[in-house]
Design a protein. Structure first.
Length: 376
């Protein structure tokens, strides 16, 4: 099924209050839940992660001798809906593990529910440190924002030779606010200076006030760790105003929508990212890329890869635990070491946070191009 068709299908089911599930009953298989934004402001993330999870399941369809049954609930890109989705997965569907959500705020809305039920959850891409803080059953497949912000600041200073930076932050998103703070701390530690910091809100379309402040401060770089739509629109308006400072952003902007909306304005935009197929080295990654591109007729992206890794990590933990008991699976996840994932080699660090490498990507010729790898 094409991505657009899948997206519309899930949206229709969401309206009817129906949950996507396989045909097997709980007695016949092992139920794994997913709560993802299939509609709403960040639906592209959910679409990609769900695509990745499905290919991962095709590669490893069974665990403990039983078929895996996936149950998907749409969060509609909303915190309240995210909490409702986890409640449904826990109380009605009786899942043994949960994958999701895609963004930090929505993940934090759902995690207390799965934590109380002692059901392990793995977010593919929620990078805010608070997602797993103080929890015993919450994990992630991605690096966290302190590392991302630090790498971005060092890259800005050492590779882009930026002495000054202007920040444009979406203060409606925990992710963006956190990244801005981590970047600022490291950038100033490296001898840089933040000359202006302005704020936007998710869904804004006019960035003239923020860009006026940028224009007046003449920064060497613009750091805008926001989601793809806002980064694309901001870049177009900046270039229209004659602002030519390089733009550096985070993993949340690396989506095809950025290229479609931003066009030539996002050329040479840099990203701290989780994955690029040109940097893939594991046997699992090579097999996954081959299967994914044959199935979907497009290149594998970071969110696709991390959706798959969340599934692979959970299935591996169930296998090593020899059980679907939540406490045993959580213990196995905490003990994950040198796991050969799609996005690289993962060892689970303190607080459910993976120790793994990061890639720097950029937009070049209308495509996401691999620049370099940064190890922790």
């Amino acid at each position: 099924m094409e991505r657009k068709g899948c997206w519309m299908f899930v949206a229709a089911l969401s309206v009817l209050g129906v949950v996507l599930a396989g045909p097997a009953s709980a007695a016949d298989g092992i139920k794994i839940g997913a709560f993802l934004p299939m509609t709403g402001a960040v639906a592209a993330y959910g679409d990609m992660e769900w695509s990745g999870i499905q290919v991962a399941k095709e590669m490893e369809p069974e665990v403990l001798g039983k078929k895996v049954e996936l149950v998907l609930v749409d969060t509609k890109s909303d915190k309240i809906e995210a909490a409702n989705a986890v409640t449904l997965l826990v109380e009605k569907e009786k899942v043994v593990g949960i994958l999701g959500e895609a963004i930090s705020g929505n993940t934090m809305a759902g995690n207390p529910i799965s934590e109380k039920a002692k059901i392990p959850s793995i977010s593919p891409t929620a990078t805010n440190p608070l997602v797993t803080q103080g929890k015993q059953f919450a994990f992630r497949a991605c690096f966290i924002d302190p590392f991302q912000g630090e790498v971005a600041a060092k890259f800005a200073r050492n590779e882009l030779k930026a002495k000054t930076a202007a920040l444009i932050i979406d203060n409606a998103q925990d992710y963006a606010v956190g990244l801005g703070d981590f970047f600022t701390k490291e950038f100033e530690k490296q001898g840089g200076k933040v000359v202006t910091k302005t704020f936007i809100q998710t869904g804004d379309q006019d960035f003239s006030a923020q860009l006026s402040a940028v224009q007046a401060s003449k920064p060497d770089i613009i750091y805008a760790p926001n989601y793809y739509t806002e980064v694309a629109l901001m870049a177009k308006q900046a270039r229209d105003l004659g602002i030519n400072s390089p733009i550096l952003t985070g993993d949340g902007a690396q989506d095809e929508t950025l290229l479609k909306v931003g066009g030539s304005a996002v050329e040479n935009t840099y990203f701290t990212g989780h994955f690029h197929k040109d940097a893939a080295t594991t046997d699992r990654a090579k097999e996954y890329i081959k299967r994914f591109e044959a199935k979907y007729k497009r290149e594998v992206g970071a969110f696709d890869a991390l959706g798959a890794d969340s599934y692979f990590l959970l299935v591996d933990a169930i296998k090593r635990a020899g059980s679907t008991d939540g406490e045993k699976v959580a213990a196995a996840l905490k003990g994950a070491k040198d796991f050969k994932a799609v996005s690289g080699t993962i060892s689970m660090g303190e607080g459910g946070n993976p120790i793994k490498s990061m890639v720097i990507n950029k937009v070049q010729g209308g495509k996401f191009v691999y620049v370099t790898t940064v190890n922790p």
